[in-house]
Design a protein around this ligand. Structure first.
Ligand SMILES: [Cu+2]
Length: 163
């Protein structure tokens, strides 16, 4: 088991994993803006993130990074769930043999992802995803801003949903 301490990590200092906001350096904060409230398994969610500058002001615009507005890696603490999610569509699989999801996309998935490129609007990026099971998850979100890749780390507790 990995140690995912949702809500822990030092209480909001630089690099702390609070679950809702993560300081990514350069005075920037990556914030989870959706969903709000409890998260349940087996529900299609919109996992939304916003990159804010000082004073919580959203940045002007994100840049495409490897052809997409953002990349989201999802891991459950027992490593039985692994997903690599893009703003449109999900590439999921096992840890083994799956080092980088975007390299194993089908042509259709790639076309969708390319279409998503033009959808970078302002400071927000959102990923459609449904957690397959309850548990503790760690999310790694990567966005690009002013030619620098910023990575935010978020812990989420997912409750059992309808089976
Ligand atoms: Cu990716």
């Amino acid at each position: 088991m990995l140690c995912f301490s949702a809500g822990g990590g030092g209480g909001g200092g630089a690099g702390a994993t609070s679950g809702a906001a993560y300081e990514v350096g350069g005075g920037l904060t990556l914030r989870r803006v959706s969903p709000t409230g409890p998260v349940k398994a087996n529900e299609l969610l919109d996992l939304g993130f916003e990159l804010d500058g000082p004073g919580r002001a959203p940045v002007d615009a994100l840049q495409a990074y490897m052809g997409m507005a953002g990349h989201l890696l999802i891991l459950r603490d027992d490593l039985n769930v692994f997903a690599h999610v893009h703003p449109m569509g999900t590439v999921s699989g096992r840890m083994a043999g799956m080092p980088a999801g975007h390299l194993t996309m089908t042509p259709e998935e790639h076309a969708k992802a390319m279409a998503a490129m033009s959808r970078i609007e302002g400071a927000r990026v959102s990923f459609p995803y449904g957690f397959p099971a309850a548990g503790r998850y760690r999310l790694f979100v990567q966005v690009k801003y002013r030619d620098t890749i910023r990575t935010g780390v978020f812990d989420m507790e997912v409750q059992p949903g309808r089976s």
